[in-house]
Design a protein around this ligand. Structure first.
Ligand code: PEP
Length: 253
């Protein structure tokens, strides 16, 4: 089954609300009319209202970079699903490795966030991926398997189809080192078979798996041509309109 390509930009802690409008204005012309690819940008929370306005009527969707598992309460600094959906935001990144590394995110909290996002009407992009140390110790498959099983294993068949998985080897994020297309394809195929074991072949065939880790316009085409790579989660290059345009164009071909 042909899965529609999906290019998502994770802006991380970059861009004020006004800078967000400028960047969306620059991007919207570059991706206009590219109907075969889903395009998403995820600015910081503070920029989401302006981002929604700037992206209205364009081919760009707007997502958040995180979501909490409770709807409201004493969780200083957190943002809930209803706060996002009221703005019209319909997607959120969950379990990014920077959250796992710097903010004590665990498979359990990833699972809580994912479930709350789904229940709250958001489409989660759930990130998994091994560190360099784990890859060198030959633990890549077991780490990704554990992240999948603990983070996503208890979702219903209905729920799993509402999300996207992002395979992001930690050693390739923001480092300029990209997994080779073969290394990435191997882990995407592994995730696809975990989906199949847990949810059956029909569902495994439908769920999109994005690759993330130093994707640029010049390496995108080769990565995206792999059988189980259905798009990219792009950090640094999503802040540069020409680079992001090149990645979206590569997804189209
Ligand atoms: C990311 O933030 O998810 C990411 C993949 O970053 P970069 O493209 O900069 O490696």
């Amino acid at each position: 089954m042909a899965r529609r390509q999906f290019i998502a930009g994770n802006w991380k802690m970059n861009k004020t609300p006004n800078e967000t409008v400028e960047l969306i204005n620059a991007l919207k012309e570059k991706v206009a009319g590219i109907n075969e690819v889903d395009v998403l940008v995820c600015p910081p929370f503070t920029a989401l209202p302006k981002a929604m306005d700037a992206a209205a009527g364009t081919d760009i969707d707007v997502g958040a970079q995180n979501v909490h598992w409770e709807e409201s309460g004493a969780f200083t600094g957190e943002i809930s699903a209803p706060m996002l959906t009221e703005l019209g935001v319909n997607c959120a990144i969950v379990g990014h490795s920077e959250r796992r590394q710097y903010f004590a995110e665990t498979d359990e909290t990833v699972n809580n966030r994912t479930k709350a996002a789904l229940e709250g009407g958001l489409h989660p992009i759930v990130c998994v991926g091994e560190s360099l140390e784990q890859r060198e110790a030959d633990q890549t498959t077991s780490v990704v398997k554990r992240q999948f099983e603990n983070g996503l294993g208890n979702l219903s068949a209905d729920e799993i189809q509402q999300l996207t998985i992002a395979y992001e080897p930690v050693w390739a994020i923001g480092t300029g080192k990209t997994a080779t297309p073969d290394q990435a394809q191997e882990m995407h195929a592994c995730l696809r078979s975990l989906l199949e074991e847990n949810y059956g072949a029909g569902i495994a065939d439908k769920v999109r798996i994005l690759y993330g880790g130093s994707v640029k316009s010049k390496n995108a085409a080769e990565l995206l041509s792999q059988q189980d790579i259905d798009g990219a989660l792009v950090g640094g290059a999503s802040l540069k309109p020409e680079e992001f345009e090149g990645i979206v164009a590569a997804a189209r071909s």
